[in-house]
Design a protein around this ligand. Structure first.
Ligand code: GLY
Length: 449
């Protein structure tokens, strides 16, 4: 099957790896990818295009006879890439822009959850500071303030400090049509559960846990995610079934009832609270870096599942098969991340890491540069003495993945891989895949530090 993968970050490198790794004679994959990620580019034919321009994606898909488009990030979905493809009769794994509002608008997601009877934090959507102050009084501390709109991982502040909470709310409200959602604080560890959806049916993948704070012991600012692992040995067995029954299926039903059927990946961000499972957030795409560990454990063809979701036939394909192996990923980030990142430094050691059985490296924020023997940047093709090097070009640069029989062994491998790799300014957490017995991973657990 000819597949076009939209997006060129770490999540897409992991998706491409899983599409290729799990393909077989019955489910072959001929992959086209978006240019810009040297690791991803090794797995398919690469094309330069703007992911958020529906017409560009459609033209490329038509020109190459693509039979399935898989959209990685949320921004192209919000921009209407799936709408354009569906209108042209090309199956797309990813929701329409209307359905993508489950991620693009926190207040929309809350409305759908209320309609579907899904348990989540009590909340108020506020459009001015008077409403914000009333919500703070009603809900009390700690204050949870969420930008209503997409904010690239920077939209949420959890704090006891009311002035800090007010300042974040104010900055969100300053934007035209700005709104904030103020909600109750949820205790308990977080779990990410990804569900494939075809508008009607829901097929859960295996759960994972993400580490959102930049520093060890959940210190420092929020990030897109500094590492993840799967399986979660501490999680009750029935949780996945319970989340499908009480969260994902009712949400998919509610979206269908609104005539905006949800097709694609429903990312259920959950808190295992003392009062039961609560939804922290929905996203409409695979999580990053959880995908790097979840899909590493998939044994059956990913392309079959994604195509079935895109064509409304999930109930007609076999359920995903999973390895009992564990996978752990550690994110190596640029100096300064999650603030402005210090980029352009040579990365060395990926080959050494990947020479160790059980380790592979997903590239997220890398690019190639051509340099002279003295190390100065020169144009590509500048003669035989020039050489190509790999440099860091984003905040999260590499995801080192270890795979082994247990979480502890996979964790040891991932950190062995990290040790082999270096670039100036690099930082990573050293406590990924230690779980609640050792580390408090409650939502907003930084509040106790
Ligand atoms: N790892 C969190 C996210 O993908 O949103």
């Amino acid at each position: 099957m000819k597949v076009l993968l939209v997006g060129n970050g770490g999540r897409e490198h992991a998706l491409a790896r899983a599409l290729v790794r799990t393909s077989n004679a019955e489910h072959p994959v001929q992959l086209s990818v978006q240019a810009g990620n040297p690791g991803l580019e090794t797995l398919g034919d690469s094309f330069a295009f703007t992911a958020t321009e529906p017409d560009e994606v459609l033209a490329l898909a038509k020109a190459h006879g693509v039979e399935l488009v898989v959209v990685g990030p949320e921004a192209p979905l919000v921009a209407g890439v799936a709408d354009a493809l569906i209108a042209a009769g090309i199956p797309c794994f990813g929701p329409t822009s209307d359905a993508a509002r489950l991620e693009a608008s926190k207040s929309f997601a809350k409305d759908v959850m209320a309609e579907a009877g899904v348990a989540t934090a009590r909340s108020f959507t506020c459009r001015n500071m008077n409403e914000v102050d009333t919500a703070f009084q009603e809900l009390g501390a700690p204050h949870v303030v969420k930008d209503d709109a997409l904010a690239a991982g920077k939209g949420v502040v959890v704090t006891h400090n009311v002035e800090e909470a007010r300042a974040h709310a104010k900055s969100c409200l300053e934007r035209e049509d700005g709104a904030v959602v103020i909600e109750d604080y949820l205790d308990g560890p977080e779990v990410s559960l990804f569900c494939l959806c075809d508008g009607t049916s829901v097929v859960p993948l295996v759960p994972a846990q993400d580490f959102k704070r930049a520093g060890d012991a959940n210190s420092g600012p929020n990030t897109g995610g500094m590492g993840a692992y799967s399986p979660l040995p501490w999680l009750d067995e029935g949780v996945v079934e319970e989340v499908v029954r009480s969260v994902a299926q009712p949400t998919v039903n509610a979206m269908a009832k609104r005539n905006t059927p949800f097709v694609g990946l429903l990312y259920c961000g959950l808190a295992m609270t003392s009062r039961g499972i609560r939804v922290v957030e929905f996203n409409v795409r695979f999580g990053d870096p959880e995908t790097q560990v979840v899909l590493e454990r998939l044994d059956s063809p990913l392309v079959e599942l994604l195509h079935a979701a895109a064509t409304g036939t999930l109930d007609q394909v076999p359920a995903p098969q999973w390895s009992t192996d564990a996978a752990v990923t550690v994110v190596m980030a640029s100096g300064g991340y999650p603030g402005p990142s210090d980029t352009g430094h040579e990365i060395t050691g990926i080959d050494k890491a990947e020479a160790i059985p059980g380790i592979h490296v997903i590239q997220a924020g890398t690019s190639r540069k051509t340099v002279s023997p003295e190390g100065a940047l020169v144009p590509a093709g500048s003669g035989p003495e020039a050489k190509e090097i790999l440099v860091n070009s984003g905040g999260r640069v590499l995801n080192v993945v270890g795979r082994a029989a247990t979480v502890q062994a996979a964790r040891a491998l991932a950190y062995e891989g990290v040790k082999q790799i270096s670039f100036a300014g690099e930082h990573h957490r050293s406590d990924i895949a230690t779980w609640p017995a050792e580390l408090d991973l409650s939502v907003g657990s930084d509040l106790k530090n």
